[in-house]
Design a binder for this molecule. Structure first.
Ligand SMILES: [Zn+2]
Length: 317
């Protein structure tokens, strides 16, 4: 059974099974997952059914958001940095400056035990690439004053309801003023009741098959800093999310997954995007479903994927 996973040396710490159960309907607001007796995927019988019960409660992504013309004035700083590095997408880079990166990893639902690894890896990545990086789990950093110190906010394996109404408003203003957003893995398992966020991230988590199987990702586009260095078929192990709705109509898909290469079972989406970007209300938004495991954060390709995403999102339009 799933001890095969152990043999492979993969992380068992799956957010696994518990994610959906937790994160969803109300749930355990503040059950710091650490208290959970079974953080392990293996502790669960193979009932993806559970997961699915959390089901699609028809939040159609994106659709209805109002397009606020990105007119909001020059944000205090949020707007002027451009990626001293790769800028392949539109927009004239402004004054180049090192990206100022906020790592936000607050969890109000399932807590990935790879968070410390991920934070350390991104701090080190930032150091090597000239970013300034600050990490917090304190939602009060989502104020106009504090957000003004950053060009991009990385929601790094957040879960559940992490911001209150005022903090949400501050983050919306940050994005409308040209701020960037990068969502990693369970960033789609976050803020289900905040439609603006749902449209920003592009989709909400539905479930995943057990464990961290090996699968083929299809890199559909390499004209983006987050994918230009990747192989066309990117084979790796991870926990593979399915989403409540296909975001393709609302975002630019970069990477999808070949469902024939792992046991997607009843979570099949057919067309199954896994990483994408879009411009949203004046800011730039990127999401990747990858990155559940500790091992992800030492994979050169994965780190390059994240680095490209952060630098792209930190730039202004
Ligand atoms: Zn996970």
């Amino acid at each position: 059974m799933r001890f095969g996973v152990v043999v492979l040396g993969l992380s068992l710490t799956a957010c696994g099974s518990s994610e959906p159960a937790l994160a969803f309907p109300t749930g355990n607001e503040d059950s710091p997952a650490d208290s959970r007796p079974d953080d392990e995927e293996g502790s669960r019988p193979d009932d993806e059914d559970d997961r699915r019960t959390t089901g699609p409660d028809d939040r159609t992504d994106a659709g209805g958001t109002t397009e606020a013309p990105s007119a909001s004035g020059p944000s205090d700083g949020g707007t002027e940095t451009s990626p001293a590095l790769t800028t392949t997408t539109e927009g004239e880079p402004n004054v180049p400056g090192p990206p100022r990166v906020l790592l936000f990893s607050r969890t109000a639902g399932f807590r990935h035990d790879s968070i410390p690894t991920a934070v350390a890896a991104l701090q080190s990545l930032g150091l090597s690439r000239g970013w300034t990086v600050e990490a917090t789990e304190d939602p009060t950093w989502f104020s106009a004053q504090t957000l003004a110190r950053f060009d991009v906010a990385v929601w790094l394996m957040t879960t559940g309801d992490v911001l209150d109404a005022n903090q949400q408003a501050a983050f919306e203003a940050f994005v409308r003023a040209g701020g960037g957003y990068v969502g990693v893995h369970s960033a789609t398992d976050t803020e289900y009741d905040w439609p603006w966020y749902g449209a920003l991230v592009g989709a909400y988590f539905l479930g995943h098959p057990p464990g961290t199987p090996r699968a083929n990702l299809v890199v559909e586009r390499k004209d983006h800093p987050s994918t230009e260095m990747l192989p066309s078929v990117w084979t790796r192990t991870d926990e593979w999310y399915s989403f409540q709705a296909n975001p393709r109509a609302n975002v630019e898909v970069l990477v999808s997954i070949d469902e024939q290469t792992y046991g997607v079972a009843e979570l099949a989406m057919g067309d199954h995007p896994m990483a994408w970007f879009h411009e949203y209300e004046g800011g730039r938004a990127f999401y990747t479903a990858l990155g559940h495991t500790n091992e992800s954060y030492v994979e050169p390709e994965y780190l390059a994927h994240i680095a490209g995403a952060v630098e792209w999102a930190a730039a202004t339009n």
